[in-house]
Write a protein that binds this ligand. Structure first.
Ligand code: CMC
Length: 435
């Protein structure tokens, strides 16, 4: 047996051999270098064959050692560690270290890393003035994206992306400042005074304080909610080559500073088919309004009127393991915050959908966004903050993808090909001669 693929071009009768390359195990992915297809030509002046794959449905854009998903079996691992083990035993900052550095930190390394992140959480005072320029009803994700891009102008040295020390400093800053900017965006929209970070609190405890502190002298985040948010953040750290990670790599491949690349990645996340889905889930549950209305709603989904938000995934053809953990945690949150009528509707929606042929035939299961919105709403976050809450923990994932891309000798500036289907060359017609 040889690890090659033989292709016969029926136009010419010629045979070609292309190598097959494997992931960690052959079952983790096997690919042919599609650039080898260019050898397949009908004549010398032929451009050669391309792979046509809109939306990268079956194209590996990189080799990556960060995250492994087995969508058929519902498996998600960061750097080899099952998501269930990390959710049960780790903390967000530890997982952020793991994703960025590739290994779990020693106790000393974790302490230094946590100190570095927690002590970069403050933003330049000009950011506050910048924030004031947004309309009172600006979507916080629009504010987050623009403000992260603006950080580029505060740290001009960040352009030195090939200097590892500079790169790491920007990583600390980005992971540290995302919650601060997120909270500023929220408080701006509510007209509340801005709250400065408190480095004595945990990453999530500080974020909850910056979000929700009002006139209390000593705001103490609820320990259960603080812990749940930390786990929710762990679940969102990375998810291999999705739309936003691909944006991070693609924009980053022209070598701008990481702030503008993160802004591009966050813009990819903003859309309702990606990180904007949990906001849509909540709106959908409100629209359904009562469990009795669930069957009629499902009927409309099956008619193709709209999609069931929080269901389906390009990669998972099984229950999303993140959704399972979130579903299990939801009662803990509601014990603190009080019952949510939306949870009842969500559970009924899931029950009916999972028994329905339409969803079974298409392998449509709840994804991470199905339960996260219910948890966030119960914790007091408004729906338009949900995609922001996705962007905060995804930042270390984007940074790991970016650094891996920069260090990968196979990578170049992203530049897909196209198959041109427009007009062939034609003569210009002056305007007075056009009919
Ligand atoms: N509700 C109803 N039907 C659906 C849904 C859904 N949520 N998702 C897919 N389908 C149907 C789709 O209509 C198609 O049916 P048919 O073969 O009859 O035309 C079939 O399933 C395959 O759909 P697709 O659009 O080819 O699948 P995709 O892999 O391109 O889409 C998706 C993946 C996530 C964009 C899609 O499932 C979707 O729109 N889901 C709702 C939005 C959502 O929850 N997004 C969050 C994704 S998870 C968070 C993240 O990682 O970003």
């Amino acid at each position: 047996m040889s690890d090659t693929l033989t292709i016969i071009d029926n136009r010419t009768g010629k045979r070609y051999e292309v190598p097959i390359e494997y992931g960690t195990y052959p079952t983790y992915g096997a690919a042919i270098p599609t650039s080898d297809l260019r050898k397949i030509k009908v004549s010398d002046d032929d451009f050669g064959l391309l792979g046509y794959d809109p939306a990268f449905n079956n194209t590996a854009s990189c080799k990556s050692a960060i995250t492994h998903i087995d969508g058929e079996r519902g498996i998600l691992r960061y750097r080899g560690y099952p998501i269930e083990d990390l959710a049960a035993n780790s903390s967000f900052l530890e997982v952020a270290y793991l994703i960025v550095h590739g290994e779990l930190p020693t106790a000393d390394a974790l302490e230094t890393w946590s100190w570095d992140i927690l002590h970069h959480s403050i933003v330049h005072e000009n950011i506050k003035k910048f924030m004031d320029g947004f309309r009172y009803d600006a979507h916080p994700m629009g504010i987050l994206i623009s403000t992260v891009a603006a950080l580029s102008t505060f740290y001009p040295e960040s352009k030195n992306i090939h200097d590892e020390a500079v790169r790491h400093e920007q990583m600390h800053r980005l992971i540290a400042k995302m919650p601060t900017i997120a909270a500023l965006a929220y408080r701006h929209s509510e007209g509340y005074p801005y709250t400065y970070p408190d480095n004595d609190l945990s990453y999530c405890g500080n974020f909850l304080r910056m979000m929700f502190k009002m006139t209390e002298r000593n705001y103490k985040p609820d320990p259960i909610l603080e812990k749940v948010l930390d786990v929710v953040f762990i679940l969102h750290v990375d998810h291999e080559q999705n739309c936003s990670a691909n944006a991070m790599r693609s924009v980053g491949s022209s070598f701008p500073d990481p702030y503008v690349s993160i802004a591009a990645a966050a813009a990819g996340l903003y859309g309702p088919l990606h990180g904007g889905a949990n906001e849509q889930v909540l709106r959908m549950l409100h629209e359904i309004g009562h469990i009795d209305h669930v069957p009629a709603y499902i009927k409309k989904v099956k008619n193709g009127d709209f999609r069931l938000m929080g269901f389906g995934h390009r990669v998972y053809k099984n229950y999303d393991p993140r959704a399972r953990i979130l579903k299990e945690m939801t009662p803990q949150v509601l014990d603190v915050t009080g019952k949510s009528p939306l949870l009842e509707i969500a559970v009924e929606l899931e029950r009916i959908a999972l028994e329905d042929e339409y969803f079974i035939d298409r392998n449509l299961y709840p994804n991470v966004d199905f339960y996260s919105g219910i948890i966030y709403q119960a914790m007091g976050f408004p729906a338009d903050m949900f995609s922001v809450l996705f962007a905060i923990p995804r930042t270390p994932g984007w940074l790991a993808q970016w650094a891996e891309m920069l260090e990968d000798p196979d990578q170049k500036i992203a530049r897909p090909r196209q198959v041109y289907i427009g007009e062939d060359e034609r003569a210009y017609v002056p305007v007075d001669k056009r009919g």
